[in-house]
Design a protein around this ligand. Structure first.
Ligand SMILES: NC(=O)c1ccc[n+]([C@@H]2O[C@H](COP(=O)([O-])OP(=O)(O)OC[C@H]3O[C@@H](n4cnc5c(N)ncnc54)[C@H](OP(=O)(O)O)[C@@H]3O)[C@@H](O)[C@H]2O)c1
Length: 290
């Protein structure tokens, strides 16, 4: 059962699990066979688990839009922390395995790479909520698997849905834009993240119970570098793109050490998606040259 199946990661999860018997839930977005569940409601969550009796619950509910953190922090806290706790309590109550999605923002970005047991020290509200969520999940459901991911990209429903497509819009517009050339991000294809979740879910009765795992692409880029790559690929003269300072209270470099999971997956390095190969397809519909 995938909670948050209408969201960016949740939609990809639904594709990755299409040959499983899977129930996806959404809240505002209706249709496409999704079941409407308010994951902030104890009654709704318990009712959903008792109706569908899942073996595995995956929590893709969250609030990761910076404008929502600033404008409605109580709601963002509820979606990031309270929902995590509630789903963990419900999964434990109904005997389902739980895969909880967390973020590299639990780290301060000052001393990468971060192993799974590295000290967490978030520098902004989102990171603090994700940390609180991890702790709430662990308390309520000790056997849950917690997967930390970095920034994701892939097929979107609207340009603002990912950082990368937002940058593509800015680059394509030809309007002057300053892009952060300080903070390093490890853009990871959303479908690869979902495939890793599928693999973890299949192992969920095994060695990963109760553990924290990391998944991330290997190569890091600043937003400015991503902007230049988009400009170069689409033949856009980059004179309007300037290298800027770090934007807001973001960690500088949260590179996740994924060696354990890479070794366990046992695939050759060139099996994985690289940003350089994948970004053109992800941004093509959103680059509007002036
Ligand atoms: N996107 C990234 O780059 C990234 C990176 C690292 C970690 N993560 C984590 O991955 C998870 C999923 O992120 P995402 O990018 O897929 O987020 P998203 O696109 O904003 O999706 C959020 C999901 O939560 C659902 N939701 C919102 N309010 C709800 C409620 N009251 N009850 C039930 N469902 C509700 C939404 O459903 P409706 O839209 O139908 O209301 C949607 O399906 C989050 O925990 C996030 O922190 C994301």
């Amino acid at each position: 059962m995938i909670f948050g199946a209408s969201g960016f990661l949740g939609r990809s999860m639904m594709r990755a699990f299409e040959d499983w018997k899977v129930t996806g839930t959404s809240f505002r977005r209706k249709g496409q066979g999704l079941v409407t569940v308010d994951a902030t409601s104890t009654d709704d969550v318990l009712d959903a688990l008792s109706r569908f009796d899942p073996d595995v619950v995956i929590n893709c509910v969250g609030e990761r839009r910076p404008e929502a953190w600033a404008n409605a922090p109580a709601r963002a806290h509820e979606l990031n922390v309270e929902v995590a706790r509630l789903l963990a309590e419900a999964a434990r109550h109904y005997g389902a395995s739980l895969l909880h999605i967390s973020s590299d923002y639990v780290f301060d970005g000052a001393a990468p790479p971060y192993r799974v047991d590295a000290r967490r020290n978030p520098v902004n509200a989102y990171g603090r909520w994700k940390l609180l969520a991890e702790d709430a999940v662990r308390r309520a459901c000790p056997e849950a698997v917690i997967l930390r991911l970095p920034v994701l990209y892939g097929p979107v429903e609207y340009a603002a849905e990912t950082n990368l497509t937002q940058i593509a819009r800015q680059v394509g517009s030809g309007e002057p834009v300053e892009l952060d050339d300080v903070c390093v991000r490890y853009p990871t294809h959303v479908d690869e993240a979902a495939e890793v979740c599928r693999w973890l879910a299949a192992q969920s009765k095994g060695q990963y119970l109760g553990s924290v795992v990391h998944w991330s692409a290997e190569r890091g880029f600043t937003k400015y570098r991503m902007g230049l790559m988009i400009a170069q690929h689409f033949g856009i003269v980059p004179d309007h793109i300037k290298a800027g300072a770090a934007s807001g209270d973001r960690p500088a470099d949260c590179r996740l050490d994924c060696m354990d999971l890479r070794a366990a997956l046992g695939r050759p390095v060139d099996h994985y998606r690289t940003f350089a190969d994948e970004f053109p397809q992800a941004v093509a519909p959103w680059v509007r040259t002036a």
